[in-house]
Design a protein around this ligand. Structure first.
Ligand SMILES: Nc1ncnc2c1ncn2[C@@H]1O[C@H](COP(=O)(O)OP(=O)(O)OP(=O)(O)O)[C@@H](O)[C@H]1O
Length: 600
């Protein structure tokens, strides 16, 4: 038996005590796994992927696995790495955008006559904002574009048929979208949403594209299906339900928290109801204690039949802090964290997550952690540098240089594969060899944990590697993220004192407290979850619609269900709004509901 087969067979042994997990693992055709938090969706997906790659798909064919975000893709790669599945041309793991760009638009767009600029350049986030502002101001000169970007994005992601009445009758956003795309394409660029839309269009309109994709990837796997929205759902219909590519999808409609990006929780149930699709529902929660499962379901305000897989009880406690958010943060950092560490032997900072509503909350928590000398890793947009595939990959390179090279963690082959995947337009063997040589030489010559991060990144540039990234038109956003990283390493900036080891530690965070917005905590798990800022008016938001309240419930639910043993809910009954105005609406009604369940 190969080493890799031994690994996934070993991992699958745990499914023997759960017939539903086993059914998904043994499935032969389309399979959709709908399941609650901690039920082993990711475990089933990764183990099944390893098995399908070894048993069902022969080289050179492979499997494409699409997930919601770069962070989710990174987690999947990590878990597949543990099953000895190396990254290679046979495995695509990435977001919907990168699948559409790299696997559909770039190889087939020109052949299919798609009216896109060549070579294709990806518009950076700042460019996208400036095209939007210019387009909006042209169509609606008397309105402020600032508050309309969300509606613009949502409409563009949901109304895909531009011949439909919804599109034709809309004179608010639709003309702005047309103008925005004109400006962007005129500059020779494409953005993330256009990647999905054009990828879908190519698949929809060309049978030969569907056939070519099926030949390369006879299996399509999807993680976090509930968050992926209408374009992906349509794509799955064309490729799998109609086109015959085998589907393996996992997700949880109760964890759908990206309605503002066009996600629709009902789509997943719709998919599972399609004839010929095997629907598997997992009921056991392997993560959380009983009271956490029950209390989190109370926040959802729906009946669910999830059960704990063992006897652990778990605790849910609320803490009133009359002094506002600052007092909550102080209680969390100076009391709850050290007490949680002391309560269980072997517990480390990385086992605790502090969750807040937005990046402003994150900035305040990070400040308090700095003052208390607590090391942390931040997962939200407020991180000092953008978390993109390139900066994540640099963290892994740093981890390798700081000592990982000794025991192959992370494996050099994965670093090389990721590096190679940054250059989809390079296909000549000599150029690929040059790419690999450049990286290997940089990594080997820069082994050492104590080098200053700033110097290490400078050497990366001096070795010509940054120039290579800059020369790749699809990497414009990544170029910005690496520049931003370099900026924050300068004197007086947040990472000025960082060494290669510190930076590499962002990739493995066992001894750092996890700071994250609730949104970014998706898919993660901690022993202890500390939730801050749970005030009425903030969660759910003041004046929220019925749909928004439902999504806020799911957000609260996602946060609570990250915990294995303890959930701490912190509130003050008041909060400071924009412009320093104080709102005294009491604590979030979700805390009331949860705590009344705990007391019952
Ligand atoms: N059959 C099993 N036996 C023992 N442990 C299991 C089993 N299945 C899953 N687990 C463990 O349960 C935990 C949760 O699994 P996993 O992260 O795959 O769940 P999930 O459904 O993806 O969670 P979420 O949707 O909340 O992110 C993991 O620690 C995993 O190893």
């Amino acid at each position: 038996m190969s080493l890799n087969k031994a690994k996934y067979t070993e991992a699958a042994k745990e499914f023997e005590s759960n017939r539903r997990q086993l059914a998904a693992y043994d499935s032969k055709g389309h399979c959709v796994v709908l399941a609650g938090p901690g039920s082993g969706k990711t475990k089933v997906l990764t183990t099944k992927l390893a098995r399908m790659l070894a048993e069902d798909v022969k080289t050179p064919h492979g499997i494409a696995c699409i997930t919601y975000s770069n962070q989710c893709a990174k987690e999947l790669k990590k878990r597949l790495g543990a099953l000895l599945v190396e990254q290679s041309a046979r495995v695509f793991i990435g977001t919907m955008h990168s699948f559409c760009l790299r696997e559909v638009i770039m190889p087939y767009g020109k052949l299919a006559g798609l009216p896109l600029p060549q070579p294709l350049k990806v518009a950076s986030v700042s460019k996208q904002h400036s095209y939007f502002t210019e387009a909006f101001s042209k169509i609606h000169p008397d309105e402020n574009p600032k508050y309309r970007k969300t509606a613009f994005d949502e409409f563009r992601r949901i109304v895909l048929d531009r011949a439909s009445a919804d599109w034709i009758n809309d004179d608010g956003v639709a003309p702005v979208i047309v103008e925005y795309e004109r400006l962007m394409f005129q500059a020779g660029e494409i953005d993330f949403d256009a990647m999905s839309l054009y990828g879908l269009r190519l698949i929809q309109e060309n049978e030969w594209v569907r056939k070519a994709l099926k030949a390369k990837y006879p299996i399509l796997a999807i993680d976090e299906y509930q968050d992926l929205g209408v374009p992906l759902h349509d794509m799955v219909n064309y490729l799998c339900i109609e086109g015959g590519i085998r589907l393996f999808a996992v997700g949880d409609p109760d964890q759908s928290i990206y309605g503002f990006t066009g996600a629709r929780p009902a789509l997943m149930n719709e998919l599972a109801d399609v004839e010929g699709v095997q629907r598997v529902r997992l009921r056991l929660n392997y993560r959380s204690g009983k009271s956490i499962i029950n209390a989190s379901t109370a926040a959802l305000a729906e009946t669910r039949d999830f059960e704990a897989s063992d006897d652990k009880e778990g605790v849910v406690i609320d803490h009133k802090c009359i002094g506002g958010l600052d007092e909550q943060i102080s209680l969390a950092i100076n009391n709850l964290v050290p007490e949680a560490l002391a309560r269980r032997e072997g517990r480390r900072l990385g086992d605790i997550g502090v969750l807040y509503l937005d990046r402003h909350g994150g900035a305040a928590v990070a400040h308090a952690a700095n003052q208390a000398g607590v090391e942390y890793v931040r997962f939200d947009q407020g991180n000092p540098y953008p978390r993109t595939p390139a900066t994540g990959w640099l963290e892994e390179c740093a981890s390798w240089c700081a000592g990982g090279w000794r025991d192959g963690e992370p494996p050099l082959s994965n670093l090389l594969w990721q590096w190679r995947s940054f250059f989809p337009q390079i296909s000549k063997e000599t150029e690929i060899r040059q790419l690999r040589r450049g990286l290997v030489s940089f990594l080997y010559s820069n082994r050492g944990a104590d080098t200053r991060l700033r110097d290490w990144i400078k050497t990366f540039g001096d070795a010509g590697l940054f120039t290579m990234i800059r020369s790749e038109p699809t990497m414009a956003d990544e170029v910005e993220s690496i520049r931003a990283l370099y900026e924050v390493c300068k004197d007086g900036q947040p990472l000025a004192g960082y060494s290669v080891a510190n930076f590499g530690g962002q990739h493995i965070s066992k001894d750092r407290l996890n700071l994250t917005t609730i949104h970014s905590s998706k898919g993660l798990e901690y022993d202890v979850v500390i939730m801050l800022g749970l005030e009425a008016g903030r969660i759910p938001r003041y004046n929220a619609t019925e749909l928004q309240i439902k999504e806020s419930r799911r957000l609260f639910y996602v946060a609570m269900t990250r915990a294995r043993h303890e959930v701490h809910l912190l509130w003050s009954g008041w909060y400071e709004g924009a412009g320093g105005r104080i709102f005294r609406n009491g604590r979030s009604s979700f805390v009331d509901e949860v705590m009344s369940d705990v007391k019952d």
